[in-house]
Design a protein around this ligand. Structure first.
Ligand code: IVH
Length: 685
């Protein structure tokens, strides 16, 4: 064969393999046997080996990556990867709609789709060829996992271009079609969706784990997430991951979410076959009930529906609250219940010293997850349930929530069940425990209790805090027990030489841990505050504090009243925060952190979200379509700041009905005045 003929043969082989890949992995159809397809792949591989100059990045042979990576590179998302707020009932659904209609009056229709329980990723195609792909991370910064995503056969390496007629027949408008084709030919397209594992593959993998005597995976999502974050992409292939696309981020002028799904399907992605337009709440509920009754028969795990406002313009204008868009919600299915036996009751000592009784269960599957523990909350709850060790119980699990025991089936008792007695001392440090007035929990007050200290360190390094990858509870326990770390600040003083002599620590893993500790040193203010583990300060409160005070120094110096004045912070939380920063031990802890080189930085936002950055706003008067807090939220979400009084530094004064003296002050100082409409225009992207 001439060189030209070989090139053509290679090209044709690729097209043929790609066609069968698409049939099998996207459309769930098969025209030729696996063996025949393998044979085609083999021939292609042979040609490419002989003529490496003909290898292209979208060749099917390129799905298996090369050398394992040392670490993943961080990537800034072009627009934040948000999450969804949950609703669990018809009433909550009605309330959601009402809230939206109050902001943007009208009647909307919706696009409903299945909420697959997997792992969200973003894919970027450049000039129609798969270019990169990343995890959600914290929503703003993820990790480049392109090597691993390439192994997923339902992810096309090249986007398909169809004829104009095919687009038109599928309801794609000509402007959108033109933009699409031009962006595939030259430009960038971003797609988001879910990586997931089928229930069958989950069981197969767990079967293999069992045979190898390894720990079982709790649910398919954990395997999907773990595989995508695997440094050696060759190991990912064996996991048979799938991908379902649910969002086209690039603006091609698509006007509805439905159109977005159509486009995704037409350019070569698997999309949800059940997804459809639902015209009103009644139709949403019918759809929800229908899918719920079929969920067990689906090949993959779902935990509810995603309901989007179909009109993209309304969706965008409704904006974002916290980390979730207002225009979409997860309409969750009710919790699943199963029966099993309580084999033991143990006491867990938490980060704040709270002692929580936990039921050790005979392992049981609930909605695709293997459950062996359930929280019993506190001693009163055990009394209320009249639970004894050995009892048969009903366990419930809703979504990601920790499973809990809801009922004891007393008729099934054999008489051998044992009464549970709450210990009088901390089961870890054997110090006295107390039950403060008005509280239901016992607490260990010993600040030196190793269980509490370890839990604080686990929290400090956890994903939403310092996110020190590789430093899991087992390693922390090990270091702590050896006296290498006493509190979280000691982590930053660890040296490679400290780690290497330890059992299980080859040079490479010591290097990796030191590197991830080093990498974590730059941290956003909200994560930093969250990491401190201040009693009552969760992720949201940490974000509120960071946004409001904007610097750690200001929080440290803030009085109780100043903290208490924040909209979502009540006196109990305010006191807890204030006390924490007054405590000398905590102050020393902070000093040690900064001495080690911790640097607090502002969250990195995408430029579009920085639309109002450095802009100082003052609000006066009543706005019609949104509350004062909502307006402030909008400004902050786009990087702007709010002040209570007008000064020369003020950039804009937003004026509603019945404005106060700030309005006249603004006129005096010649500051730009915005009416509600102008403000809304400016604050929607
Ligand atoms: S839309 C604004 N659609 O659920 C967020 N998400 O809590 C955009 N998910 O992170 C998500 N199926 O991992 C959307 N059909 C679907 C989904 C879906 C699963 C996951 C996704 C997201 C999480 C939201």
């Amino acid at each position: 064969m001439s060189l030209k003929e070989i090139k053509i043969r290679i090209q044709k082989l690729r097209e043929e393999i790609n066609h069968h890949r698409y049939l099998y992995h996207v459309l769930d159809r098969q025209e030729i046997s696996d063996a025949a397809l393998d044979s085609l792949k083999h021939e292609l591989g042979q040609w490419e080996k002989e003529y490496p100059e003909f290898i292209t990045s979208d060749s099917p042979t390129q799905r298996v990556g090369g050398q394992p990576l040392d670490k993943f590179v961080k990537v800034n998302h072009q627009s934040p990867m948000l999450s969804l707020n949950d609703v669990f009932s018809q009433q909550e659904l009605i309330d959601w709609e009402k809230r939206n209609i109050k902001i943007i009056p009208g009647s909307y229709n919706y696009f409903g789709e299945l909420k697959i329980d997997g792992f969200a990723v973003s894919l970027i195609y450049k000039n129609g060829i798969f270019h990169s792909g990343s995890t959600r991370g914290d929503g703003l910064v993820g990790e480049d996992v392109a090597q691993n995503l390439k192994t997923i056969e339902s992810i096309p390496l090249k986007l398909t271009i169809l004829s104009k007629k095919e687009y038109q027949d599928n309801g794609i408008e000509s402007g959108v079609y033109k933009n699409l084709v031009s962006k595939i030919e030259e430009g960038e397209i971003e797609i988001r969706g879910e990586v997931y594992l089928t229930k069958d593959d989950f069981e197969l993998i767990n079967q293999e784990q069992k045979e190898k005597g390894l720990d079982l995976f709790a649910n398919p999502r954990n395997i999907a997430a773990g595989s995508i974050r695997q440094l050696d992409s060759r190991l990912v292939t064996a996991r048979h991951l799938n991908f379902l696309a649910y969002a086209l981020v690039t603006d091609l002028g698509q006007t509805t979410h439905r159109e977005e799904h159509q486009i995704l399907r037409l350019i070569g992605f698997k999309t949800d076959n059940f997804a459809k337009v639902v015209n009103n709440k009644e139709e949403i509920n019918l759809f929800w009930r229908d899918i719920m009754s079929h969920r067990d028969k689906l090949p993959y795990q779902i935990d509810g529906l995603v309901i989007n406002i179909n009109d993209n313009q309304i969706f965008r204008n409704l904006g974002v609250v916290g980390k979730a868009p207002r225009g979409a919600i997860a309409y969750k299915f009710p919790a699943e219940e199963v029966t099993t036996i309580v084999e033991d009751i143990i006491i867990q000592v938490g980060r704040t010293g709270v002692l929580t009784p936990v039921a050790c269960l005979r392992p049981v599957m609930i909605n695709g997850a293997l459950i062996s523990r359930a929280t019993l909350h506190n001693e009163d709850e055990i009394k209320r349930l009249e639970l004894k060790v050995g009892d048969t119980v009903i366990v419930v699990r809703a979504g990601d929530v920790i499973p809990s025991v809801i009922k004891v089936l007393k008729n099934l008792r054999s008489g051998h069940e044992k009464e549970f007695v709450m210990p009088q001392k901390c089961p870890n440090c054997f110090q006295r425990i107390v039950k403060p007035e008005g509280e239901v929990n016992y607490r260990c007050l010993n600040k030196d209790c190793s269980a509490i200290q370890k839990e604080q360190i686990y929290h400090f390094v956890s994903k939403k805090a310092f996110n020190i990858v590789g430093l899991g509870p087992k390693i922390i326990d090990h270091f702590y027990d050896l006296g290498l770390i006493k509190d979280a600040s000691d982590i930053f003083y660890l040296k490679k030489e400290d780690l290497e002599p330890l059992e299980r620590f080859a040079e490479k893993s010591a290097d990796n841990i030191i590197a991830s500790i080093e990498n974590s040193k730059k941290i956003s203010l909200s994560r930093f505050i969250y990491a401190l583990g201040i009693f009552h300060v969760g992720e949201e409160t940490a974000i509120d504090l960071a946004n409001y005070f904007n610097s750690l120094k200001k929080i440290q110096r803030a009085s109780f009243d100043e903290i208490n004045a924040l909209p979502d912070i009540g006196p109990v939380i305010a006191q807890s925060i204030h006390f924490w920063f007054q405590d000398e031990v905590n102050q020393k802890f902070l000093s040690r952190l900064f001495l080690a080189g911790i640097e607090i930085e502002n969250p990195i936002l995408h430029p579009t979200n920085y639309k109002l950055q450095t802009k100082l706003f003052v609000l006066t008067g009543e706005l019609e379509s949104l509350s004062r807090d909502q307006a402030k939220e909008k400004i902050r979400a786009l990087g702007g700041e709010i002040s209570e009084s007008v000064s020369k530094k003020t950039n804009y004064v937003v004026v509603g009905k019945n404005p106060g003296s700030k309005y006249t002050q603004a006129q005096k100082l010649n500051i730009k005045i915005l009416n509600e409409e102008e403000f809304l225009k400016m604050s929607t992207d």
